[in-house]
Design a protein around this ligand. Structure first.
Ligand code: 13P
Length: 252
């Protein structure tokens, strides 16, 4: 089953203690219940909060996601978590290949592909993240880099109904800088063509990198942008809900 567009997904990264179940998760569920919008709203908190967050989100229509998973279903992999465990905790999506994991932990395209296949096997939807460094952007290599990441990271047997791609220019993450709207539109058009060539035409493509309440409407209005992946602003209920409302073309 495909996820209704636009998709507004919050990546909490390594933020969030149990106190945030009330101040963030319950508060978001309340806002969503009061003023529901078309589209898909989801959050990816840290592993420790998944099960209690699921309890808070029960019946809210807000999706829960993991921030990564192991490629194997179980085994002697200390400190890791499997897609089956994320499914068991109530997740429906898994972020994979975030640049913070590619750069900081050496995740390769092949790793991301294997994890995406494990995610599909567990019945979850992979959100495959791709993006260029600032050097690559300046050198005009963005499309080559993204094309190679798409070709290397997509799971075998991918199906547009059960796949999401997130374009996150690394230099835009947490910096307050974004590409121009024209650049985002061009990159998304390229990604859409590359996905079509890979047989997964219609896969939702999200933009991520310094999405804030004041730029979300313009970004979400662009052709080829099917949603946003939000870091810092997803940790503030008002900001995150305003971004979600922007996707629906309505003021919060
Ligand atoms: P920021 O929204 O904080 O720039 O983070 C983007 C991101 O990395 C989402 O995955």
């Amino acid at each position: 089953m495909s996820l209704p567009k636009p998709l507004i997904i919050g990546n909490w990264k390594m933020h969030g203690l149990s106190a945030e179940l009330e101040t963030l998760v319950r508060a978001l569920a309340k806002r969503h219940a009061e003023t529901p919008k078309p589209g898909t709203l989801g959050i990816c908190p840290p592993f420790t909060l998944l099960i209690p967050a699921k309890a808070v989100l029960q019946g809210s229509g807000i999706l829960l996601g993991g921030q990564t998973c192991h490629a194997k279903g179980q085994g002697a992999f200390t400190g890791d978590i499997s897609a089956a465990m994320l499914a068991d905790a109530g997740c429906e999506i898994v972020l994979l290949g975030h640049s913070e994991r590619r750069a900081g932990l050496g995740e390769t395209d092949a790793d991301v592909k294997a994890k995406a296949e494990a995610t599909l096997s567990a019945g979850l939807t992979p959100v495959v993240c791709i993006g260029e460094t600032e050097d690559q952007y300046v050198a005009g290599e963005t499309l080559d880099v993204l094309g190679a990441q798409i070709d290397g990271s997509l799971p075998d047997g991918a199906d547009a109904e059960r796949l999401v791609v997130a374009y996150e220019p690394i230099w835009a993450i947490g910096t307050g800088r974004t590409p121009t709207m024209d650049e985002i539109a061009k990159v998304h058009a390229f990604i859409g063509e590359r996905l079509a060539a890979a047989g997964v035409s219609g896969t939702p493509v999200l933009y991520g990198g310094s999405v804030k309440p004041d730029n979300a409407a313009a970004i979400l209005a662009l052709d080829g942008v099917d949603g946003v992946l939000v870091g810092g602003a997803s940790l503030k209920v008002d900001d995150f809900f305003t971004i979600y409302a922007a996707g629906a073309g309505t003021a919060a």
